[in-house]
Write a protein that binds this ligand. Sequence first.
Ligand SMILES: [Zn+2]
Ligand SMILES: [Zn+2]
Length: 501
Amino acid sequence: MKKNKNTTNNTHQLITFFKFTVLSNAEDEVDAHREFIETNNLEIRGRIYLNEQGVNAQMSGKGTDGETYARWVEKRAPFNGMRISVYPYHEHGHPDLRLRVKPQLVQLENGTAHLPIADTSKRGTSLSPEEWHEMIEKANEDPSDKENPLLLDVRNGYEWDVGHFKGAQRPVQESFRETVETNVDDKIGPLADMPKDKPIMMYCTGGIRCDVYSTVLKEQGYENVMVLEGGVQAYFEKFGNEEKHAWDDHLFVFDNRLAMTPKGTPAADLGEKAATLECHVCKQKNAPPPHRNCPNVDCNRLFLVCEGCSEKLDGFCCHECTQATHVRPQLVNPGRYKKYASYDTPEARAARRGDGRQRRKQLRLRKRKLACAEYVIRTVLGDDEAASSSNESSSGTFAARTRSNNKVEENDDEEDDDDDEEKEEEEEEPEEWDETGKEKKIKPQNSKYLRLRMRLEEAIPFVQGDISPEKLVTAMETLNINRVGGRSAPERKKSLEESRG
Ligand SMILES: [Zn+2]
Ligand SMILES: [Zn+2]
């Protein structure tokens, strides 16, 4: 394990590790991890996923909590020899802790369960950072040499944008999960029409995607597949501080930094002098790291942009997105939108949303109260048919309606997660009159009468028609007595008419 030099403000550590292995019971393993973290009172955040094929973790810890945990994991038999990357940082790099069993450790079309990824002999040949460096140096001496191995970046296109090995083509696919199928079957990308015996040197951030993809390529008959052991992170640990390394610019990472320099520091710290990357909008080489995230929810693009273009487009990625309706407020600083409920305080969340959301909530609540009052009035008056039809307007479960509003583009990164949507649903506060947090149809006959009555009183100002508030309250009180006394509906109606005098 390698550690970068600590600076004074670094109170936390950002940590990544993964290992493909064979786990007989992933649920039990998760329980053991949870217990270790709890017993030792470790403050850990991030995404730690396990399944029968192994573990994949992108996490952060307070002090050395994260390292303590990672070392403990490494000592457990299935994970012996696992490589761990540690970077000092001034805060947590992730919003919350998600430690659980996940069907896929790497997002891949068709899944990974059918791949023999735990079997190292089925993967590409590992090259140490030194071996990799030597081969790349040699290839770069004469890039036109047909004997050079193919340098294959198996990450996402936007990751390449912020930095890559000299001589590596930008991935054709925007996402890794599409890579395997499209490269081979659709005959596009660097592997199209390439002889199967041509050497391939492939790399990714930490090595996990290469473990998967090299297995696929070997199954497809590619004979000479080599992978950079430990990924670019391992290369940086060896060569990041050297004058001559084969890497251009920075490395995209999946924690809050979004990009780190070969020396292992956040690329954002470089400021203006690092504004040499290609702007997604004007195509000039004047964009600083890290990426920005398009405020258009349906776009959600991560892109590099120069200051001028960012201002001109209000933070959006293109003109078209500025016209979108499903948008988030522009972020002051670059980075991803924070979609996580526990990432910040409820106050900050409310402030970010503005009072528009509160207003809409109030409006929704008022509508419900109105519908509720209307139902009771109609029931009391014996207009049962009308009452049941007035209920139809609020059909569809709360979750279903929320879901349609929260359809966010899935992230398909090696390290990224696809269950942010669940989180967003949780953010929505449950409706006030609903104890379970789920919407239910209003059935006064079996709901808690007093609560209903209180709300009806609140609803009175919104009730249209010829029933005065006083009469409604009297009617409700009558109804209450009726319920207790168990009187029938006609009797209730009669007493209501009496109360209306
Ligand atoms: Zn620009
Ligand atoms: Zn956009």
